[in-house]
Design a protein around this ligand. Sequence first.
Ligand SMILES: C[S@@+](CC[C@H](N)C(=O)[O-])C[C@H]1O[C@@H](n2cnc3c(N)ncnc32)[C@H](O)[C@@H]1O
Length: 268
Amino acid sequence: MSVVKLDMTTVFIPTSGKSQKSLISQNENVSVVALNAQSIPRAEALALRLGIQASCDPNAASGLVLEVSQDRLGLRDTAQPRARTLSIETAKRRYPAAGKDLLSRALGRQCESVIDATAGFGADTFDFVRRGKTVFAIERVEVAAIMLEEAASAFHPGREGGALEVVCGDAIERIGELATVDVIFLDPMFPDRSRHTAQPRKAQQLLRRLAGEDPDAGTLLQVARTHARRRVIVKRPRHAPPLGGAPDIVHNGKAVRYDVYLADGGAS
Ligand SMILES: C[S@@+](CC[C@H](N)C(=O)[O-])C[C@H]1O[C@@H](n2cnc3c(N)ncnc32)[C@H](O)[C@@H]1O
């Protein structure tokens, strides 16, 4: 596919252009480019939604580029011309054997509905839907939320899969607007993750560039604990300190840990 030069479809996002509640990106210049003539209207609509200033010079694009075609969105890093464009993959993942499936144990037997309050590019979100849960996925970085919405609309979880609704905004505010769910799941950015783990996957690197760090994650946990019917799960790097006080249950994996906070100290 060739990149079509357009007057209004390459747009640059000022880092401070939107309120904190729904960010286009925390740190990065992001541009929107239509990959062919047919996708121009879609690219224009997305640029409009992002509410950003248009540039007439596509060659001046720097930072991250949201590539728009009719049936696909991709995120490309202009500083790494050889790197693959990132698209959200919803293909089925293999689950660990029943006894070793930490996430399943963290969710608990009675979980039917989940708010994924830090959805990112949705790897965990789609996992929950494939497990048959009704899921609300909240993401405040609008570029990521847009990619998530498009992946959700093309996703068919099959007979046993659940349902998915994507919400763009800050979970600290939006959780209270949603129906009560059994489980609220949090996977906030961990500030020192790169020091504790090997180089993160490409998707996580791009997400970190878009989202920055999540300094309000402690507040999000407090809010989540007042809204979850059964439990809040916090995904942490294995050796990171807990986000809140001591969790009620901990499920340790090789690289990550699931800290479980039960609602009202209950047993569900
Ligand atoms: C580590 S990533 C999550 C990765 C995700 N679990 C996945 O499977 O791809 C953290 C994400 O949470 C989002 N986030 C953090 N705090 C949030 C909040 N209060 N409301 C909405 N999104 C939030 C960040 O913008 C970032 O995209």
